[in-house]
Structure formats: structure tokens, C-alpha cells
Design a protein. Structure first.
Length: 163
């Protein structure tokens, strides 16, 4: 099973503040949707709740939580990354996309083989961060996007693979 992280992070690795995203980047949202469409996505309960506790359409939504009593009829619930991987395999997927938050990225990074990173050209205050990408990773592609009327910050779509 391939494990791929999908994240947008500032230059200082901030990804959120007060359980909210730090920016609105329509091109990044479109990239995220196109990348994960039709695939299983794994996210933490807090990330799910920050999105209004509504599953993302067109994807198998798997929520990871330590709370054994937490349920939501609209999503699949697991309690470990391994359970999330097993569930995706059960439904015959060959790739699982991890979409946050910070603690879930930290747990999944050692298992991942690819990262789709939208690197936002800013340093912002945050309380949730993406882990540092270590020397065992290699950036294999980058596509730059300038700031414009709909995008307050310039940003790069980066693809990283484990060496």
C-alpha cells in the first residue's frame, strides 16, 4: 500500500491556527481535489471537525481518533494508522492519502513514500505544523504559482519521494 501525504505548509511549516487553515488558495484546493478524487483519505478527527464534520465527496473518508466512543455515520473510523491502511486495502485501494492534521502527519511520515507539498511563500503564526522533511527525501518536481487577485501568496506545488 502506497502512503502519500498531501499538505499545504508555509515556509516555517505552519499548516493551521485555531483549527483553521491559514490561507485560501483556490488553485491549491483544485489540486487537492484532483489529486485525492476517488481515493481513500485519512485525516484526524480534529481536521474532520474543522471542515464542519462533513465528509469530502468522491473519496472514502477515514477518520482517525483515540476516542473509542467517537462515531459518525458518514465516515469510516479507525484508531491507528495501521487500521486506516488495512481499511483502504479491504476496499482494494493501492494508495492512501493522508491529509492532516499535524499529529497525523507526524505519525504517517515514517510510513509514507510520497509527499505532495504546496509550499506557501510566507511565514505565518500557527499552532499546527507539518514535520520537517528529512534528508531521506528528494524533491522531484516543482511548479510555481504567483500571487494574484485570488491568491494572497505565491506558492509552489512540490512532489517529494523517499530516496
Amino acid at each position: 500500500m502506497k502512503i502519500t501525504l498531501v499538505v499545504a505548509a508555509s515556509k516555517n511549516n505552519a499548516i493551521g491556527l485555531n483549527n483553521q487553515l491559514l490561507w485560501h488558495l483556490p488553485k491549491d484546493m483544485r489540486f487537492f481535489k484532483n489529486t485525492t478524487w476517488g481515493m481513500p483519505i485519512l485525516m484526524g478527527r480534529k481536521t474532520f471537525e474543522s471542515m464542519g464534520s462533513k465528509p469530502l465527496n468522491g473519496r472514502l473518508n477515514i477518520i482517525i481518533t483515540r476516542d473509542k466512543s467517537w462515531v459518525n455515520a458518514n465516515v469510516m473510523v479507525v484508531h491507528t494508522i495501521a487500521e486506516g491502511v488495512a481499511l483502504a486495502k479491504k476496499f482494494e485501494y493501492n494508495e492512501l492519502f493522508v491529509i492532516g492534521g499535524g499529529e497525523i502527519y507526524e505519525l504517517a511520515l515514517p510510513l509514507a513514500g510520497k509527499i505532495w507539498l504546496t509550499r506557501v511563500d510566507c511565514n505565518l503564526e500557527g499552532d499546527t505544523f507539518f514535520p520537517t522533511i528529512g534528508p531521506d527525501w528528494e524533491r522531484i518536481s516543482v511548479a510555481s504559482n504567483e500571487a494574484d487577485a485570488k491568491h494572497a501568496y505565491a506558492f509552489d506545488f512540490e512532489c517529494w519521494t523517499r530516496k
